[in-house]
Design a protein. Structure first.
Length: 191
């Protein structure tokens, strides 16, 4: 589906003489369509659950932090969107059906462990993306700063809504788990 939509867009742009190198634009278009699809699914679930702000917090924090930490990367757009959707549905189930104060206590216990993983191992390269040493150092510093900022934001969000606080801490936990999963599968960060 994503490939077909992207192929249609690239073909249309080539006919209109907007582009010439179809292969590069095809890949970029696939990434764009997949990203829009993932965002749309999360927002749709948020709207259905009447938790749009939780969804926005999750997307904002997750996407930014993952761009600096790396971690598990699916080998297809379908698996990528299923992973994102599953992670978000778990958050929605937590927010809708569990005792939020108990969840908050658990996430507060897990946050220092998540932070250690992020501090120690980010960024984790994948097979498609090589990270040069200077970029690795920058990404690691940005991941550390973001982690600290997210913890502070979670503390402040607690006073607005415990759901918002849980969403922020959940992102730290999920990103660290995705990093550990990547390490387990042989994507070991190099110093």
């Amino acid at each position: 589906m994503i490939h077909g939509i992207s192929k249609f867009i690239v073909h249309y742009l080539k006919e209109k003489k907007v582009i010439d190198n179809c292969a590069v634009y095809q890949y970029g278009c696939e990434l764009l369509v997949s990203t829009i699809l993932g965002f749309t699914i999360v927002i749709a679930i948020s709207l259905i659950a009447n938790k749009i702000i939780v969804g926005m917090i999750f997307l904002f924090m997750f996407v930014i932090l993952r761009s600096y930490t790396g971690g598990y990367h699916a080998n297809s757009y379908l698996k990528c969107n299923l992973t994102l959707t599953s992670i978000f549905i778990i958050l929605m189930m937590i927010v809708l059906y569990l005792d939020l104060y108990l969840v908050l206590v658990i996430l507060c216990i897990l946050t220092p462990l998540s932070s250690i993983v992020i501090f120690q191992y980010s960024p984790i390269p994948n097979g498609k993306k090589i990270i040069v040493p200077s970029a690795r150092i920058r990404h690691n510093k940005k991941a550390k700063v973001l982690t600290i900022v997210y913890i502070i934001m979670a503390c402040l969000l607690y006073f607005v809504s415990i759901e918002f606080c849980i969403a922020a801490l959940y992102v730290l936990f999920v990103v660290s788990v995705m990093m550990l999963f990547a390490i387990k599968n042989g994507h070991i960060p190099k110093d």
